[in-house]
Ligand binder design. Sequence first.
Ligand SMILES: Cc1cc2nc3c(=O)[nH]c(=O)nc-3n(C[C@H](O)[C@H](O)[C@H](O)COP(=O)(O)OP(=O)(O)OC[C@H]3O[C@@H](n4cnc5c(N)ncnc54)[C@H](O)[C@@H]3O)c2cc1C
Length: 230
Amino acid sequence: MKHINIPPDNHYRVLGGQGWIGLINRMGSEVTIVNAARVSFGKMKENFDSKDYELLKYLIENKHSSTMEHVIFTFSVHCPLFVRGQWHRHRTWSYNEISRRYTEVDMEFYTPPKIRVQAENDRQASLNAADFDDARFREEISAHNKKSLELYKLLIAGGVCREQARGVLPQNMMVTFWGTVNLSNLLHFLELRDSAHAQWEIREYAAAIKKLILPLFPNLVKILGWKKAE
Ligand SMILES: Cc1cc2nc3c(=O)[nH]c(=O)nc-3n(C[C@H](O)[C@H](O)[C@H](O)COP(=O)(O)OP(=O)(O)OC[C@H]3O[C@@H](n4cnc5c(N)ncnc54)[C@H](O)[C@@H]3O)c2cc1C
């Protein structure tokens, strides 16, 4: 049996290599979307051709979102707890997550690869500052992560149950979850999370999702004007 903390073959690493997101399942393709629109006329095609491009463009531009609900993705996501908290606000996804009530193995903690400073005029924004003592604070965060794990292990060794001991683990703890979503709701997620308003950490995952989708939905990507993945 494979451990869920091992990234699937089709994945991208994010957060300086500490996190990853992989596509583990997909149902439907670009032809599914145009065929869903043709259901109204009782027709369907086997393959996507050049004429379908205009139909797909029309459906996207006019927000015929139900045609995109027949395309489904399942992602496996390895991210810090605070990113998971933001992600799970998206109620149109279905989730399953590794539980610290059941397992205490493979615990990892996120240390930001670059520390940002608080933006003065916007409480939810942060900035990269050139003259900031980045190394010192990265070390402090890493030491705190380690200390939390030591306390957790001490509690477990002393007989404290996992479901209470996990309370001392920080927001930087890495978790792994599966998230399943249809294409319409995924586009909404990407609009909100691959945005300058979203936190850098979750934007990394949103950008990686675009990279995973790009080779599978080239016409959709072109219509949406996504930049080509580097
Ligand atoms: C930059 C940013 C900052 C944020 N800051 C905060 C914050 O400070 N505090 C905070 O609490 N949240 C915050 N959020 C979370 C935000 O309010 C949303 O909960 C989150 O983005 C999910 O969006 P959603 O509800 O549109 O997505 P989904 O839950 O995926 O829903 C998609 C769409 O389905 C419909 N829908 C789903 N469920 C319902 C329902 N029960 N009733 C009616 N319509 C529904 C809505 O049209 C919704 O837009 C922030 C989000 C972003 C992107």
